[in-house]
Design a protein around this ligand. Structure first.
Ligand code: FAQ
Length: 328
């Protein structure tokens, strides 16, 4: 339904019905007053479509995001790390559940969303299309991918759509434990042997470019930022979130004695903005449109899970029951 294609398309406004100007003005006044919009409230079609697109992609990211770390549960060094990683992966899947429920309040069913994911129509975060070769890759995800997710989610939890904001509040609380776990694992490697330090440095080199992509395309080419910020769905631009992440985590990475694989990375003290090598947006587009190193494998895993779980869902469903849309 959404996604696909290889350009950043704006959802086609022309196909949407003309909104009643009075209702639109009341809606925008509510947003300006900082009120939350709830599922049964009037909302413009474009607001609904944009929210479904964004929350659905976020939900898929959590579910697919469980896969690269999930493969490390049995191989994590030591029993305590295995337990902690298992709990983290379980949390990520739970976040997917919360987010699917929030998206369902807008009228798209979970079944449609899952179909669109496994058929490759919906997007999910670029970072989860890369392999986790070593334990250090898993540590990178737990620390720095979670850190990036928190930067994004803390901002958007202050947004305008009630069910999404409430889901984000809970998700952020849990993500902060993940980040502490990841940081702890990285400190252990940083203060370990030469081999351990090298292993993390190599993981950092591999993950840095996808991490720079993670916050979305540069503002000047972002398709949806303007409308999402106007209606307070997004509370910071992609570049601002990337900048905030660099502000918070570059010093911590350097403090541990690692180097960041970008010779141009520096903070411009007068503006407070980071300068960096322009991320490769062509690679980004390829990856988010299905042609990354692990896209096929990740979707195949979800497809198998969907097929194998079918009988369970059918057994749980009561044929003559009426199911209601959650009000999250
Ligand atoms: N990956 O116009 P914009 C996590 C697409 S959760 C893939 O700038 P927008 C937890 C975008 O959809 C991580 N696609 O888009 C965890 C659009 O394509 P479309 C996920 C991307 O919406 C941790 C096109 O590019 N978080 O990590 C990406 O204004 C560890 C144009 O872009 C969320 O989803 C990308 N990185 O801004 C789990 C947060 N960036 O739809 C396990 C909610 C952009 O027109 C382990 N989402 N695209 O075909 C958002 O905040 C926003 O949607 C952005 C993108 C900021 C991601």
């Amino acid at each position: 339904m959404y996604g696909g294609g290889n350009t950043f398309e704006v959802i086609n406004k022309e196909n949407l019905p003309q909104e009643d100007p009075e209702l639109l003005a009341q809606f925008e006044a509510r947003i300006a007053r900082g009120e939350k919009i709830e599922p049964a409230d009037w909302m413009p079609q474009l607001y609904r479509k944009q929210l479904i697109r964004m929350i659905e992609q976020h939900a898929h990211s959590e579910i697919i995001g469980a896969l690269p770390e999930g493969t490390w549960i049995t191989r994590a060094p030591g029993f305590k790390r295995k337990l902690a990683l298992m709990a983290k992966v379980q949390d990520e899947v739970g976040h997917g559940q919360l987010l699917y429920s929030a998206a369902e309040t807008l009228g798209k069913t979970r079944e449609q969303m899952i179909d669109d994911l496994i058929n490759g129509k919906s997007k999910y975060s670029n970072v989860f299309n890369y392999p986790a070769f070593t334990w250090a890759d898993s540590c990178f995800i737990s620390w720095l991918v979670d850190a990036g997710a928190i930067v994004n989610q803390l901002a958007n939890a202050k947004g305008s759509y009630g069910p999404y904001c409430r889901a984000l509040d809970r998700i952020c609380a849990e993500e902060s434990f993940h980040l502490k776990f990841g940081h702890h694992c990285v400190i252990y490697l940083a203060t370990g042997t030469e081999v351990q330090r090298k292993m993390f440095q190599e993981a950092l080199n591999r993950w840095w470019p996808p991490m720079m992509h993670f916050f979305g395309p540069a503002d000047k080419i972002s398709a949806h930022t303007e409308v999402l910020m106007k209606w307070k769905v997004k509370m910071a631009t992609n570049d601002d979130m990337r900048n905030q992440f660099l502000d918070m985590y570059v010093p911590k990475i350097l403090e541990l004695g690692f180097t960041i694989p970008d010779p141009k990375l520096r903070k411009e003290t007068t503006t407070g903005k980071w300068e960096y090598t322009e991320p490769d947006w062509e690679e980004f587009k390829r990856v988010i449109n299905g042609d990354g190193p692990c896209n096929k494998e990740r979707l195949a895993v979800r497809r198998i899970a969907e097929q194998r779980g079918k009988w369970v869902r059918e057994a749980l469903r009561v044929a003559d029951a009426t199911y209601v849309t959650p009000l999250a």
